[in-house]
Ligand binder design. Structure first.
Ligand code: SF4
Ligand code: SF4
Length: 257
């Protein structure tokens, strides 16, 4: 469904502007899940309209060294991809939270009111994703195979319903109604790079002395990242914990640990 008349650069410009707006919302303490909804909707729409800014597919294009797939010169795409990893180190996984269309479509799907399967305490998703990352690199660098293409990431957003791959990613999206972000948590190669950066993030969610240790944030978190001993690599800055916290100022986004 990509509209050829809309330049893909629209996706990149949106990513930068949305990133700045979300950093401001988090930093000023104004971020709520309700305020995140417009970002999620626009991100999903841009995924379908211009197939951008779909960060994992950009990484796939770089691994294949395919400028046509990237829609941009390789050096420019490399700089953009690395820049958002640096931004994750400074501000956390804001792009995953609300900007990447692949993440946003799963976040929206998880709003469907059905019983949820929780894997919050499990290390399995990270281990599986690390294994898939090795396959992703080996297949791309060694054999020129697009793993994310086979999984239907592009076919889904291009609405290429005639391909089997379309239904693979459609299945992942449908699964995300029950499982929180299965693509991000079990598969995404870009997420594999962002997670360690975010786990050492300069700005992060942290508890203050006002915390009464009620653990409502931990129960609300779908990834286990709200636990005090978690390093926040799997925090998608979704806002469930801050929305659930009953004490103002007990859970804040700011510098330090
Ligand atoms: S983990 Fe990957 S797919 Fe998920 S939001 Fe982040 S970049 Fe996008
Ligand atoms: S609920 Fe969990 S994933 Fe969401 S912002 Fe809080 S710590 Fe991060």
């Amino acid at each position: 469904m990509v509209v050829e008349s809309i330049p893909p650069a629209v996706g990149s410009i949106y990513a930068l502007l949305a990133f700045a707006a979300l950093v401001w919302l988090w930093h000023s303490g104004r971020f709520t899940r309700r305020r995140a909804v417009p970002f999620l909707i626009i991100s999903v729409l841009l995924g379908f309209l211009v197939f951008a800014p779909v960060f994992p597919y950009q990484l796939q294009g770089l691994v294949l060294r395919d400028a046509a797939l990237l829609g941009a010169p390789l050096p420019m795409a490399l700089i953009g991809t690395l820049a958002f990893i640096v931004l994750a180190f400074v501000f956390g996984r804001i792009i995953c939270g609300q900007i990447c269309p692949a993440g946003a479509v799963q976040e929206v799907m998880h709003l469907v009111p059905v019983k949820k399967y929780s894997s919050a305490e499990s290390r399995v998703p990270v281990a599986v994703r690390a294994g898939i990352f090795v396959v992703f690199l080996a297949a791309g660098l060694g054999l020129g195979i697009s793993v994310l293409g086979l999984l239907g990431l592009a076919d889904f957003f291009n609405l290429t319903v005639a391909s089997v791959s379309f239904f693979v990613f459609l299945g992942i999206v449908l699964l995300s109604a029950v499982v929180y972000r299965p693509f991000c948590r079990y598969i995404c190669p870009y997420g594999t790079l962002l997670a360690p950066a975010a786990s050492r993030g300069v700005y992060r969610l942290r508890r203050t002395d006002a915390c009464i240790n009620c653990r409502k944030c931990e129960r609300a978190c779908p990834t286990g990242a709200a636990s005090p001993d978690h390093r926040l690599g799997e925090c998608y800055l979704c806002g469930r914990c801050t929305d659930a916290c009953p004490v103002e100022g007990a859970l804040v986004y700011g510098r330090g640990r």
